[in-house]
Ligand binder design. Structure first.
Ligand code: ADP
Length: 188
């Protein structure tokens, strides 16, 4: 299964990706996690990315795309992946199409999580990551509307919309239903 998880910051993509990844036996690939790992290890990429993360700005497309291409080349991603946080711009979507077609692969589905902005902001303030101050959160929401919402147009026909309000279990069940997968079976 090759699935994209899309939706605004705070929609719970990472939480659902962990659960779905275990169910489906494919890795959860989060560009935010990959960047934070680089920042933590102070790699050259991490030193370049840190100021964008802190400001709630997008890391430049070329840097991000190279990082994703490298991650998808790892053996665990050969049979599928859940991509969380990429593509976030139309240019990244074109780059992903090129990466996949070079591998002779295609996406199976795009899951779009939706929730009202006030719910998103409340969740992120409660999470309290270093880039979760109210100003940076509001800025990330604006960047999402401007840069990432248009990406959905690139995937017309593949998009399944899931309302990301309620308990984690409810949202998992809705997502599995949207993907046409059985709800009860766990591969854990
Ligand atoms: P959130 O969804 O809460 O904003 P993420 O962990 O997905 O959190 O992303 C955190 C930060 O990582 C973003 O604000 C941005 O700086 C950077 N980032 C993540 N994915 C991308 C991407 N595809 N392109 C550019 N920057 C990205």
């Amino acid at each position: 299964m090759r699935i994209l998880l899309m939706g605004p910051p705070g929609a719970g993509k990472g939480t659902q990706a962990e659960i779905l990844g275990r169910r489906l036996g494919v890795p959860h690939v989060s560009t935010g996690d990959l960047f934070r790992d680089h920042v933590g290890r102070r790699t050259p990429l991490g030193r370049e990315a840190a100021r964008f993360l802190d400001a709630g700005e997008l890391v430049p497309d070329r840097v991000t795309t190279d990082m994703v291409r490298h991650r998808l080349d790892q053996p665990d991603a050969a049979r599928g992946f859940l991509l969380d946080g990429f593509p976030r711009t139309v240019r990244q979507a074109h780059a992903l199409s090129a990466i996949l077609s070079a591998r002779g692969e295609a996406l199976d589905a795009v899951v779009e999580f939706t929730a009202p902005e006030e719910v998103l902001v409340r969740r992120l303030l409660a999470r309290g990551r270093p880039d979760d101050t109210e100003d940076v959160i509001r800025h990330r929401q604006r960047v999402h509307h401007r840069e990432t919402v248009p990406v959905l147009g690139h995937y017309a026909g593949l998009v399944r919309t899931v309302e990301a309000v309620g308990t984690v279990e409810d949202i998992t069940a809705r997502t599995l239903r949207a993907l046409g997968l059985p709800e009860g079976v766990s591969t854990r």
